[in-house]
Design a protein around this ligand. Sequence first.
Ligand code: ATP
Ligand code: MG
Length: 362
Amino acid sequence: MHGYDKTTPLHDKPGNDTGHPAIEFRNVTKLYGQFAAVSDLSLNVARGEFLTILGPSGSGKTTTLMLLAGFEAPNEGDIRIYGKSVSSVPSYRRDQGIVFQSYALFPHLNVRRNLEFPLEMRGVKAGERAARVDRILDRVHLSDLGYRMPSQLSGGQQQRVALARALIADPPILLLDEPLGALDRNLREQMQGEIKGLHKEFGITTVCVTHDQEEALTLSDRIVVMRAGRIEQTDSPEALYDRPISRFVASFLGEANIFEHTHFIVESDATRPARSVAMIRPERICISPDDGSTRADSDQRQSVIGTVDDMIYAGPLRKYHVRVGSDLVIVREHVASGQLVFRPGDVVRIDWLRSDVRFVAP
Ligand SMILES: Nc1ncnc2c1ncn2[C@@H]1O[C@H](COP(=O)(O)OP(=O)(O)OP(=O)(O)O)[C@@H](O)[C@H]1O
Ligand SMILES: [Mg+2]
């Protein structure tokens, strides 16, 4: 699968056929003084998986990646790659391609020389180095810029070179820390497509750190949400969005209506766990004019009358804040032609499927 050059592998991929996960964290703790930047973290990453670590600033994402890369050592626990503990393996021998935001290109080397560097380190001969550089430059659409110095490249071009440099030695594992942090929205999206394409083609096990939730949803097979050095939830993007376990996850990934004590979301005690709050995504709520009817709620749907407090137009979306008693409900709908538009002060009915209400940890 990772066949950048299948005929002349640069290394034996250790234990590649033993059935172990590519990466295992076993009860890993990293202390800075008394402070646990990472606490008792356990996590497996499957071969070929694209795993994203998402979380607020200071939650331990970079520390987790530094531990994996071998730039930091755990105080407790063990990290295994292909089933083998790497605690005594220095970072340069871990065979990982790394793109850290702070990992600048070598400023005194042109693009080609930057790309050759990891190959030189591995003793690859000049002829083969040149061939590999040609191929990877083509892959990241930078063939014309091989003789430029890093200072003569745009930020996006530099990040593409950094990505190419991480990939050129055909590493079994790729670590990305905010790889697109410096880019504007358009370039970000273009590069996301690039990274996704490369991942698909090379099948490299990838661990990516970001605090950009859209990036996480777009790229990942699974997402880990970290909170204060611990894993809050690990799931597929869909599961994480649709079935967050906690208010923290629900609010961190996308927008969420959270109701702590609510009269209008009625659930039998049997289905509502103790100590929970109700959560519903704004796009799962429909808005319509209040026709004055006293429509009974069905088994499936529930509705309530409210007053539009605010309407925010955001291109393809229209967002309403609807006041229902002391609660403010966010409703989001896609703008379509011929659609009714409500204004502040309008009395409306909002309704939703009961099954779209989630009860999550407070
Ligand atoms: N060398 C260090 N010494 C002391 N504390 C540190 C050190 N490195 C990180 N920390 C602390 O550990 C915590 C986790 O830091 P980390 O860099 O992993 O966060 P992060 O999730 O990557 O955040 P961001 O999104 O801001 O990059 C933070 O509170 C940080 O201040
Ligand atoms: Mg960080």
